[in-house]
Write a protein that binds this ligand. Structure first.
Ligand SMILES: *Cc1c(COP(=O)(O)O)cnc(C)c1O
Length: 369
């Protein structure tokens, strides 16, 4: 029987060679590889005024960005409930309160009409999540933030490689975890043109030791430095950065394969009445996940049917306001509806056209019976 995994890394000899190169150099802490990876990402993002800070994960990227904005105990951050738990924990890690907002039914994007009455005198920031790469309404979030005097941190964990990234500003957080569009094993980065944020992030990722990033990039140690605020050990080491550099070289191939798989699904599933596709432009977006909405209460049946055919699917995500740690008795009906219908199909770059065809055939088989 076929065994089609929902997600996978995309490593080969290039990443093996990269790791071997670092190990042979005996320098595995954060040094030259991380410096080069940051520079290469800066050119990749094509944002002349912006800087990249590499950290241990996207969770760390969001957590440190919240801290760099000075958000702490007593402050509130607006966030769609429909996201990976990471976004919520990153806010909580700063002692601030995540305020769960509802989403739009067609794309899972934060619903600003729902968010508006949740703004209070304690609101400091809004964290839109670019769910499945959907970014068409992001400009409205920036306008909303301006109107209410909020900072914007984008959870762009699903959006690495999206060409529209080049066109906007704010604080953007990306993930290079094991199954994202590129992987460092674990890793993430912050992209921003706000230099005072970058300066803070560079110290905060290294236990708050002032100027440590520059010293390490020059192969030096910080024997006599000061610390003035809370920092964490959340930097990216040379091994992770070397893996990321190899992935970045391969990214055109990754983009092509992920967009091809998304295109095949879109063409085939469009015709099925009980399936609603998300309005994502795959000419610019590079899909990390491929969620579809399964109507008329058929989601779980389809999920089980596909599992019997050796096809793994996912339910991304359980709304965070349902989790014990965050539960404040909110009523967010669109998110509940989305949660009952959403199903992620396998889309990773190791899948062949035949694999995708096999998934499509089985979905059609299910709906024809
Ligand atoms: C993966 C993911 C994160 C966290 O990324 P890590 O690098 O695993 O910490 C955050 N938000 C969303 C939406 C994600 O999918």
């Amino acid at each position: 029987m076929k065994n089609i995994k929902l997600s996978s890394a995309f490593f080969d000899q290039a990443e093996i060679d990269a790791v071997a190169r670092v190990l042979k150099s005996q320098v595995v802490n954060m040094e030259i590889e991380t410096k080069l990876f940051e520079e290469e990402l800066e050119s990749f993002f094509k944002r002349i005024d912006s800087k990249v800070t590499c950290v241990h994960s996207c969770s760390a990227a969001i957590q440190l960005s919240v801290q760099a904005l000075g958000i702490s105990q007593g402050d509130e951050v607006l966030v769609p409930t429909f996201t990976f738990v990471s976004t919520f924990q990153a806010i909580k890690a700063n002692g601030a309160t995540p305020i769960p907002c509802d989403i739009d039914l067609e794309d899972g994007f934060i619903n600003l009409d729902d968010a508006k009455p949740r703004v209070t005198s304690k609101s400091r920031a809004i964290i839109p999540v670019l769910f499945a790469g959907c970014s068409s309404k992001i400009d409205k979030v920036y306008q909303f933030a301006k109107d209410h005097n909020l900072s914007v941190i984008e959870d762009a964990a699903h959006s690495f490689g999206d060409e529209n990234i080049a066109k906007r500003d704010g604080i953007l957080c990306f993930s290079f975890d094991p199954i994202k569009n590129i992987s460092c094993g674990d890793g993430g980065c912050v992209l921003t043109s706000q230099n005072e944020i970058t300066e803070k992030l560079k110290d905060m990722r290294l236990l708050g030791v002032i100027g440590d990033t520059e010293k390490r990039f020059n192969g030096l140690r910080s024997w006599d430095s000061d610390v003035k605020e809370q920092g964490w050990r959340l930097h990216m080491n040379n091994i992770s950065a070397a893996i990321g550099r190899a992935q970045l070289v391969k990214f055109p191939k990754i983009r092509e394969l992920r967009q091809r798989n998304a295109g095949s699904y879109t063409n085939a599933l469009n015709e099925i009445r009980d399936i609603q596709l998300l309005p994502i432009n795959f000419k610019t977006a590079v899909p990390h996940i491929f969620p579809v909405l399964i109507k008329n209460g058929k989601r779980n049946q389809l999920k089980n049917f596909l599992a019997e055919k050796g096809i793994e699917t996912g339910v991304q995500y359980k709304p965070n306001h349902l989790l014990t740690y965050f539960n404040l008795g909110y009523d967010l009906p669109n998110s509940m509806n989305f949660y009952s219908e959403i199903l992620s199909l396998p889309i990773h770059p190791l899948l062949s056209e035949e694999d995708i065809e096999y998934v499509i055939e089985n979905i059609k088989l299910f709906f024809n019976n």
